[in-house]
Design a protein around this ligand. Structure first.
Ligand SMILES: [Mg+2]
Length: 231
């Protein structure tokens, strides 16, 4: 197998926070805009980056500013709330097959770099992963604080992965694993392969139709390992 950079989405792919992420974001909007401020967030977050969610919410909510400084300020409030919400979310769970696949990749597959490709800002990403003890599995990533656009943050993650392998990116295979149409299109945007998973609410069939190379109902499926290896 060619040296491979894996970029894993978090929400709906590795884990579900049981609504903690959404509650933290809504709470931050209430804090900033006053009671009812969270109604600015009455849209689906699926596949959106944190910065894109916040900017859209600030505009929908009629905030005085939605520039980068305003987005940064809101994200600081969000992160404080997220650190409270994640530990107490009753429905938090690591998704089926995740631990097995990650330990197999870590321990048995050579010449790979295991990273994240997520719209979460880095601190939020690791807060979500830490409760499930997955935080130490990923040494790098492309994050929502690297770019507001998902394609761009994947590009950053892919470059970091190649650097971790000590190779030019052009010599690496890049595989994005995600649960939404935005993961598929962002993977296409950097010329990466995409493995879709149906644990975030989108049907595997729909992800395949959009161009995912493979898609499975869950990561427990027998075909996942071969798909990750590009066979
Ligand atoms: Mg996701």
């Amino acid at each position: 197998m060619r040296p491979t950079v894996f970029l894993w989405d978090i929400d709906g792919t590795l884990l579900l926070t049981g609504g903690a992420g959404r509650r933290a974001m809504r709470g931050a909007f209430d804090d900033l805009l006053g009671p009812g401020g969270a109604t600015a967030l009455d849209f689906s977050f699926a596949g959106m980056t944190d910065r894109a969610i916040v900017r859209k919410g600030l505009r929908e909510g009629g905030a005085v500013a939605s520039d980068d400084a305003a987005v940064d300020h809101l994200l600081e409030i969000y992160l404080k709330r997220l650190h409270d919400e994640v530990p107490k979310a009753e429905a938090y769970r690591i998704l089926p097959g995740v631990q097995g696949i990650l330990s197999w990749l870590t321990n048995e597959v050579e010449r790979i770099a295991l990273g994240l490709g997520t719209g979460n800002v880095k601190r939020g990403a690791y807060a979500k992963l830490a409760r499930g003890s997955l935080d130490t599995t990923f040494a790098f990533g492309g994050f929502g604080c690297d770019a507001e656009d998902r394609t761009e943050l994947l590009r950053v993650g892919a470059e970091r992965g190649a650097a971790a392998l000590g190779l030019p990116l052009a010599e690496c295979r890049v595989v994005v694993i995600g649960d939404t149409p935005k993961d598929v299109s962002a993977a296409q945007g950097i010329g990466a392969e995409c493995v879709g998973v149906g644990t975030g609410g989108f049907e595997p069939r729909a992800l395949l139709d959009l161009g995912a190379h493979h898609a499975f109902a869950t990561l427990e499926h027998d075909g996942v390992r071969e798909a990750l290896l590009g066979r």
